[in-house]
Design a protein around this ligand. Sequence first.
Ligand SMILES: *Cc1c(COP(=O)(O)O)cnc(C)c1O
Length: 371
Amino acid sequence: MANHLLSRSWVEISLDSLSKNVLVVRELVGNDCRIIPMIKADAYGLGVDNVLTSLEACNPWGFGVATVAEGCHLRDLGVDKPIVVFSPIPYQSYREALAADLTITLSSLESLERWVCASKESKTCGRFHVEIDTGMGRAGFDWNTVDYWGEKLRVLANRDQVVWEGTYTHFHSSDTGFGASTEVQYERFSRTRGKLPQDGGMYHVCNSAAILVKPSFSADAVRPGIFIYGGNVGMPGQEPEPVVSLKARVVLLRDVEKNTTLGYGASYKSEGRERWAVLSIGYGDGLPRKLGNCGETLIHGVRVPIIGRVSMDTIVVNISVLQGVKIGDVATLIGKDGGQAITLDEVADVAETVSYEILTGLTPRLPRVLV
Ligand SMILES: *Cc1c(COP(=O)(O)O)cnc(C)c1O
């Protein structure tokens, strides 16, 4: 584990908070519902090896990933629970997925035929979940045409070589004012489910937002992601415990005269005499470039503005209001300092993106420190 005392900038991960968040999920869905924590993209950038043990707090049924490589990595770490690959994968990867006993998700009869063949060839039993497209549009069997594919799916799925382990859909707007569209998707899913000619294994629909807003949609299993990692899902009073903090050190101090230009494009010019601090973090670490001239940082518990553009390796903050900042002091880009806090979601808002992109954008140059 990285020693952050020696680092220029780093990510702090509170495993305590992460465990609390998964326990909130467990409480909401009850003990009979299976939980499939989503740990794709290296557990939303936190590092899958860092979080696995803490996720056990909710007694997960299995884990969700996006790629075969992510699934194989989990097997290498010793995970023997089911691992479901939730993004479509190329036919070329089927063999590798079977070798690692990964469960894949299918969106077409052709992919199921291929999965049956690959399973036969590998002399293993290929497990799969069927995705139903109820409005997301990017993957899944079209809910509208179940009368066409339902029976064919049943026949294919009956082969000895494969096991139909689950059936699910994915909401497109559950986090933006969970409303009519989510109810419509749920209704389409239920109707399709009713038309499927055989038991399609476990049924699941809920991501984080849906778990929090509509635990009654939980069905047999839920797939929480961002909430576990401290991302807000737009439910007032249901904020997760913050999990991730982002810190960088002051590496240089500058006293500048009026009209001193700063950074690429000279997009900032001092309005008088100012004191600037250079922080050792930039977009090469995953700090969004959009924070240039509009983001903020905490130093000594005070909010100070990021001035000029974000460079690859550094940013500059205006600390004219502060006394006594020293080289080596720690600035907080996400997290708490004194009585002040900058939340993950605040940074995402300022950067005009979502918490997911902020977390998965944190690059390997930042050591992950467990606290
Ligand atoms: C990523 C993902 C989730 C988790 O979504 P969150 O909004 O992070 O909770 C659930 N289901 C599927 C299919 C996903 O790809």
